[in-house]
Design a protein around this ligand. Structure first.
Ligand SMILES: [Zn+2]
Length: 425
């Protein structure tokens, strides 16, 4: 397979609604739920799919093409069920909000303001608009502002929805000049294990492990803890404005460092043949399953999604695809024999209770992530792993330059700091 995919990104924003009618938007998402349910119900009743859109649109209290987008999404879910799935039939009896899906310049509109913000206007109901400005991550806002001003980007559909009772807008943008290689057409899978103070990368091809790099960034952890203490102090003193200033500074610091780390990940991955970068999908984890204290600590200490997002974004500009895998057991499984047990791992040390294989625990996790990436996305087999190459460690300094490794660990099979100064790749 050699298909090239268009470079499409979904940008997430919070809605700062200034037209004082948040309730109208919420009502519209309830109406979208009714439209979705009605579509599914008619499809289950055997009504011809060609007549469903008009039939549903006649009764819907939404902008017409917004109704059509919601109907199309519901029919897409039914089609998926019939063609690929065969179980998990879409429900037509759920209640609550459903994302309001709208076409750009029809159901919603965006514009740059004189203040440098992005203003939105969502047609929640016919002739009734919700207006305000978008808030959110700087990286997402930067791309959207570029897209609004450049011919190279096309703004597509968006979804207005409520997440934890906050109104959000998720906007699809496509770069019309850049393409990304299909991830199924990869020869190397790079597993990325993100931690509070480092990220571990392992490149795995059909021949075995091509390399492992651990990028340490202890200053991110250090600065986050330092800012946390400072913010607590001024908060207790009732100085909210200073608190907000500190929060802004911390965010800029962390974002800047994460950009550098993500650049490094992409650069390192790019040396391998047809790479695909694979992350753990942490999206649903916070609410759903208890993955143990390690995972909970990781979730609260680092903006994982930001690092994943920056990396994925930078990779796509190099034509490198990215994939996501289920994070279950990635830190407990032995990459050599497959034995999976929580006790295999003790902080940064991994020692298999079955085969006694020892390793840097974050490297083990990155191998497992790469293995899952191959199983999920590739049509070639995971190679048998008999030995693993040495872990190379580098450290990101505050200047952004890469410096000598600073940690020396006891040498165990397949794992030692290599004492190299700088990086060569
Ligand atoms: Zn083992």
């Amino acid at each position: 397979m050699t298909d090239e995919q268009p470079l499409t990104k979904t940008l997430d924003f919070q809605l700062d609604i200034q037209s004082d009618n948040e309730g109208l938007l919420y009502d519209a998402t309830l109406e979208a739920r009714r439209v979705y349910n009605e579509t599914i119900r008619l499809a289950k009743d055997g009504v011809d799919w060609d007549v469903i859109p008009d039939r549903v649109a006649d009764d819907a209290n939404l902008v017409k093409n917004t109704t059509q987008r919601v109907v199309a999404k519901a029919l897409g879910a039914m089609e998926n069920y019939y063609e690929y799935d065969g179980f998990n039939q879409p429900s037509h009896t759920k209640d609550g909000a459903y994302p309001l899906r709208a076409n750009y310049e029809e159901g919603y509109n965006l514009s740059l303001t004189d203040d440098g913000d992005v203003a939105f206007r969502i047609s929640a109901k016919p002739y009734k608009h919700v207006k305000g400005v978008l808030k959110g991550d700087g990286a997402h806002l930067d791309i959207l502002k570029t897209a609004l001003e450049s011919d190279k980007w096309k703004i597509g559909t968006a979804e207005a929805l409520f997440h934890n009772e906050n109104a959000e807008l998720h906007v699809n943008v496509t770069n019309t000049e850049q393409t990304v290689r299909d991830k199924q057409d990869s020869r190397t899978v790079v597993g990325v294990d993100v931690n509070e103070d480092n990220v571990a990368l392992t490149a795995l091809s059909g021949d075995g492990v091509e390399g492992t790099l651990v990028i340490d960034f202890p200053e991110i952890k250090f600065e986050r803890h330092r800012y946390f203490t400072m913010r607590k102090r001024v908060q207790n003193a009732g100085k909210d404005s200073i608190h907000d200033t500190l929060e802004g500074r911390e965010e800029r610091f962390v974002r800047d460092r994460l950009h550098k780390v993500s650049h490094h990940i992409v650069e390192w991955s790019g040396q391998f043949e047809k790479p695909c970068i694979v992350f753990e999908d942490l999206k649903e984890m916070r609410d759903s399953i208890d993955y143990g204290t390690r995972m909970n600590r990781r979730l609260h200490h680092l903006p994982f999604r930001a690092l994943q997002y920056y990396t994925s974004y930078k990779a796509s500009f190099e034509g490198i695809p990215t994939g996501w895998i289920n994070p279950e057991y990635t830190s407990q499984r032995c990459p050599m024999c497959g034995h999976t047990e929580r006790a295999n791992r003790n902080k940064k040390r991994f020692k298999c209770k079955n085969c006694e294989h020892q390793d840097h625990s974050d490297r083990s996790a990155s191998v497992n992530i790469a293995v899952k990436g191959i199983k999920k996305h590739q049509d070639w087999n995971v190679p048998a792993l008999n030995s693993l190459p040495q872990v190379r460690k580098v450290r990101r300094q505050a200047s952004g330059a890469v410096d000598a490794p600073t940690v020396t660990h006891p040498t165990v099979r397949g794992y030692q700091a290599d004492g190299r100064v700088g990086v060569s790749y």
